[in-house]
Design a protein around this ligand. Structure first.
Ligand SMILES: CC(=O)[C@@H](O)[C@H](O)C[C@H](N)C(=O)O
Ligand SMILES: O=CC(=O)COP(=O)(O)O
Length: 274
């Protein structure tokens, strides 16, 4: 077994991913849910997250080491910038190792940004460095920019780019239905996780989206706002985990959010099937 395989096992559970990204503070500022980062990390950990994804400064600021995996995000760009789709690299694999990272992530926007070639170049170089270091790499690949409409074909294309340039896991949005999502997972040489997008008022819709993504061959989620902006991030994480890892239906998992839960021996919340 090598270092990358060992680290990978720390961010996945049974080969599946319940990743909670909380890197939005750089692009968006201190948005709802991301003020007390230590509290949010412990809530999603309690709900059974397999990993949290954070910028280096947040990792440094934590007073308690997360028990779940840590993915250090290396890209930055802000909505206040000249081009909000431009991401630059703001850390290094070496720094991530110093911070105790189990994986790193890089965000690439493909679809008409002038600096797209630079972002592709960064992704390819960092993938090589990750291979040399035994560090798993998650690529967040988005079809964003003046040439991109976010169609399923574009999502499949940009996910493919992430896999071809060497990412170990590729993150992209859900395409909207199982058939078109299959194009993404079948067409990507790396396992795929889905992002969530803005907070949705209907929890069942989020759980159903994840159930369908799993049916389409995804290995899990990297879902941010629909978890950390939920009234109960711990229960939402537990419900998503039940769909992804325990394989229960979105409908059954909804019961977790209605309070049918118990504390499990391993410290996260599991479903009490009534
Ligand atoms: C706020 C968003 O639209 C998200 O999809 C972000 O782009 C996610 C991202 N990793 C970031 O904040 O940079
Ligand atoms: O880094 C951000 C993500 O991975 C996705 O976040 P979202 O809030 O689920 O879009």
């Amino acid at each position: 077994m090598d270092g990358k395989t060992i680290r990978m096992s720390r961010i996945l559970e049974s080969g599946r991913a319940v990743i909670v990204p909380m890197d939005h503070g750089v692009s968006e500022g201190p948005i709802e849910g991301l003020t007390d980062m230590g509290r949010m990390v412990s809530l999603v950990e309690k709900g059974g997250a397999s990993a949290v994804l954070l910028h280096k400064g947040v990792v440094k600021s934590l007073s308690t080491a997360p028990k779940c995996g840590i993915i250090v995000h290396m890209s930055a760009g802000t909505k206040l910038g000249m081009d909000k789709n431009r991401k630059v690299i703001v850390s290094s694999v070496e720094q991530a190792v110093r911070l105790g990272a189990d994986a790193i992530s890089v965000h690439v926007n493909i679809g008409g940004c002038d600096t797209e070639p630079d972002m592709l170049c960064d992704l390819g170089e960092i993938a090589d460095e990750c291979d040399a270091t035994g560090m798993p790499l998650l690529a967040m690949t988005y079809a964003r920019g003046k040439n991109a409409a976010g169609t399923p074909e574009e999502i499949a294309h940009v996910a493919r780019v992430g896999g071809e340039l060497g990412a170990d896991i590729v993150k992209c949005p859900y395409t909207g239905d199982i058939r078109s999502m299959r194009l993404v997972t079948d067409g990507c040489p790396a396992p795929v996780v889905i992002a969530g997008g803005p907070k949705c008022e209907n929890d069942y819709e989020v759980l159903k989206m994840v159930e369908d993504a799993m049916a389409a061959g995804a290995i899990g989620i990297s879902l941010g706002r629909n978890i950390f902006q939920h009234a109960r991030p711990d229960l939402m994480t537990a419900a998503l985990r039940a769909v992804i890892i325990d394989g229960i239906s979105a409908k059954q998992a909804s019961s977790i959010l209605r309070g049918y839960v118990k504390e499990s021996a391993v410290g996260h919340l599991t479903v009490a099937m009534h």
